[in-house]
Design a protein around this ligand. Structure first.
Ligand SMILES: C[S@@+](CC[C@H](N)C(=O)[O-])C[C@H]1O[C@@H](n2cnc3c(N)ncnc32)[C@H](O)[C@@H]1O
Length: 354
């Protein structure tokens, strides 16, 4: 076992301009790092910002990552100054898992790993107790052999088990939306995996208000629902979809291939529109309200700022959001024209122009 001093490692979250007061590691990362063995290949699942990677390197071991999040991979790169090596099917000696919020994502990740294993793998799972549910534990009992509970320390839970090699398929959920004539293909862990989001539904009910645009960006696209619905109304539009979650970009790719294989679309795994130099006629956003387990409007506000860089005077930014978040107020600081185009008790649809 090794110990690593997280406090002196100068780790930052990504995006760095947000949540400066929030730490880039927690007690669960520290607890996991105690199970690193030197001179080994360590598989890390869901390292939030690279803290576990740094601890693995400090122990002279080699980190290999499986991670859904583009922002996490970028944080790992920035904090370690190394491109994170991704787990494909390399031999591994130990697994360290930061438990993700989505149990179905955890299941699909563990299924993927066990499909690549040549021999049983000793694996440790941790998360802060407020984020670990009985569902996580039920899954671990089902998937691992020799599951043990280690003492909870500083509110971090810890389980140890053995993952056996096996060959199973990861599941895609078919979600039929007959009123839109669509069947969504949802990869494990994608937003609204089992059921359409009511905010997205409210937005789509008002799509007749949207302009008929040539170049359209769908930022935080999830399974591509908004773009699919837009394509149905405006088939010639060129659609660019962005999401930082790999499960999302994968779902969007599968959903377009099933519903509209001939549509003009491009799907990119990215932090919003960062680094995108194109100008769009229309940008649609149903923004996220959390990053990993932290509730925040930072990502939404960052998406609005990024959108500005990709707009011309005639472009329109359309947003659906919970009304209590009062985005019109923050948007008025960056956009000349901000109008509420529709609303109900819970949601507002906002149009912003430069
Ligand atoms: C509220 S969901 C909306 C999904 C979809 N557009 C819909 O309406 O059903 C927000 C989406 O934003 C994505 N997201 C979160 N942070 C992001 C970021 N920094 N860049 C791009 N997408 C992000 C999430 O993965 C999630 O798919």
């Amino acid at each position: 076992m090794t110990s690593f001093n997280f406090a002196t490692a100068q780790l930052s979250r990504y995006p760095v301009k947000h949540s400066k007061d929030l730490q880039a590691w927690d007690a669960a990362d520290e607890y996991l790092s105690r199970f690193i063995t030197s001179d080994s290949n360590v598989l890390i699942l869901n390292d939030g910002f690279g803290a576990i990677d740094c601890a693995v390197r400090a122990a002279r071991a080699t980190p290999l990552h499986l991670n859904d999040s583009w922002c996490s991979l970028r944080a790992i790169e920035l904090n370690t100054l190394q491109t994170p090596a991704l787990f494909k099917a390399q031999a591994i000696d130990r697994g360290l898992v930061k438990l993700p919020k989505s149990i179905s994502m955890l299941e699909s990740q563990l299924t993927y790993v066990s499909n690549q294993l040549q021999q049983p793998l000793e694996i440790y799972f941790s998360g802060m107790q407020k984020h670990v549910s009985s569902g996580h534990l039920d899954l671990l009992k089902q998937i691992c052999t020799r599951l043990e509970y280690l003492p909870t320390e500083r509110k971090a839970r810890m389980y140890k088990g053995v993952l056996q090699p096996c060959a199973h398929q990861t599941q895609i959920t078919n979600l039929a939306v007959p009123e839109l004539g669509l069947t969504l293909q949802n990869a494990a862990g994608v937003f609204a995996e089992q059921k359409l989001d009511i905010g997205s539904r409210f937005f789509i009910e008002h799509f007749h208000l949207l302009p008929s645009a040539q170049k359209v960006a769908d930022v935080g696209c999830g399974n591509g629902l908004l773009s699919l619905a837009y394509h149905r109304l405006h088939p010639p539009a060129e659609l660019m979809l962005f999401d930082e979650s790999f499960a999302a970009t994968e779902s969007a790719r599968l959903s377009f291939a099933l519903n509209f294989p001939g549509a003009h679309y491009h799907i990119q795994h990215n932090d919003g529109l960062s680094g995108v130099e194109q100008i769009f006629d229309l940008i649609m956003i149903n923004p996220p309200f959390h990053q990993q387990n932290t509730v925040t409007t930072d990502i939404a506000n960052s998406m609005f700022q990024q959108a500005k860089q990709c707009m011309a005077a005639s472009s329109e930014l359309w947003i659906v959001a919970n009304r209590h978040l009062n985005y019109p107020l923050s948007l008025k600081r960056g956009f000349r024209s901000v109008s509420v185009m529709a609303e109900n008790a819970k949601f507002v649809i906002i149009r912003a122009k430069l």
